[in-house]
Design a protein around this ligand. Structure first.
Ligand code: ADP
Ligand code: MG
Length: 274
């Protein structure tokens, strides 16, 4: 094992974009599955009250007794809430609609933005965290307390960006939030990368948006682009990742490429920091 491999245990990546329907959950599930398939131990943290990542992995209601709401409330530990998905190397901390009341529940708590960080990185569950290589947090579609908790807890943020006309405006707002959190609560937070999703080669707008964001953000954008692919949208109704539903479809292949690119970036980032 080379030194970089030892240091990248327990890397926490928040998958965030304040817009809904841009591919956060699809990316969390399929990037997580692709990393698990190449032998990385992966924990998905469902931080969206809609619980789409949990449902998409077949975690039924009876298997959500211990969930991320309990984790944030300090009523359960990481060890309590992690749940096997049935896919080797892939666990999930599931979500329920309880999460939607977290703002109210934590209103008086001066530590409310650090709840997830303490639960994941506090001394208590350090060993559990470090039994995983990657922890991917599926964020809700807003810059609310839940997303802030994810960014305060994370080492980096991965942004799925849909190729549409106002993509860059939304992204710059997100980058401002990331910078604010870096300055106030989490100095080590970096942008893992921005991945273009639902890319349609036959659509001029997709390629215009791509050219535009690549010119503006250069290395921040992954080389890998996720195409619009119906298999990716069908898989959740079968409660399995697209990578298992149809591992040869264009969407599955793209997520495997994204996983490889992420591993290369992580390796380089650790080298640079060493
Ligand atoms: P978010 O979590 O950002 O709200 P989702 O991952 O749930 O977004 O995606 C929104 C919808 O688009 C879902 O129905 C999903 O199945 C579908 N979808 C996501 N990515 C793709 C893609 N690359 N091609 C086709 N459909 C996609
Ligand atoms: Mg989602």
């Amino acid at each position: 094992i080379d030194s970089a491999d030892r240091y990248d245990r327990g890397q926490i990546i928040a998958i965030a974009n304040q817009k809904g329907g841009v591919g956060k959950t699809t990316t969390t599930i399929n990037l997580g599955t692709a990393l698990a398939a190449v032998g990385r131990k992966v924990l998905l943290v469902d931080l969206d009250p809609q619980g789409n990542a949990s449902t998409g992995l077949g975690i039924t209601g009876d298997k959500r007794d211990m969930n991320t709401f309990d984790l944030l409330m300090g009523e359960a530990s990481l060890n309590d809430v992690r749940t096997p998905t049935g896919i080797p190397n892939l666990d999930i901390a599931p979500a329920t609609t309880d999460l939607s009341s977290i703002d109210v529940e934590l209103y008086r708590d001066s530590n409310r933005t650090r709840r997830l960080r303490d639960a994941l990185r506090g001394s208590g569950d350090r060993q559990v965290l470090e039994s995983y290589d990657y922890i991917l947090i599926d964020c809700p579609p807003s810059l609310n307390l839940l997303t802030v908790n994810a960014m305060v807890a994370a080492h980096s943020v991965l942004v799925p960006l849909q190729c549409e006309f106002f993509a860059l405006e939304g992204l710059s707002q997100l980058l401002v939030t990331i910078r604010e959190i870096r300055q106030s609560q989490n100095p080590e937070l970096r942008v893992q990368g921005v991945v273009l999703t639902m890319y349609d080669r036959r659509n001029n707008l997709s390629s215009q948006v791509e050219a535009d964001v690549r010119e503006n953000l250069r290395d921040m954008i992954y080389d890998t682009v996720i195409p619009r692919n119906v298999r990716l949208s069908e898989a959740p109704s079968h409660a399995i990742p697209a990578l298992i539903y149809d591992h040869t479809c264009a969407g599955s292949i793209a997520y495997q490429k994204l996983a490889a690119e992420l591993l290369t970036r992580e390796h380089d980032a650790l080298r640079a920091g060493a």
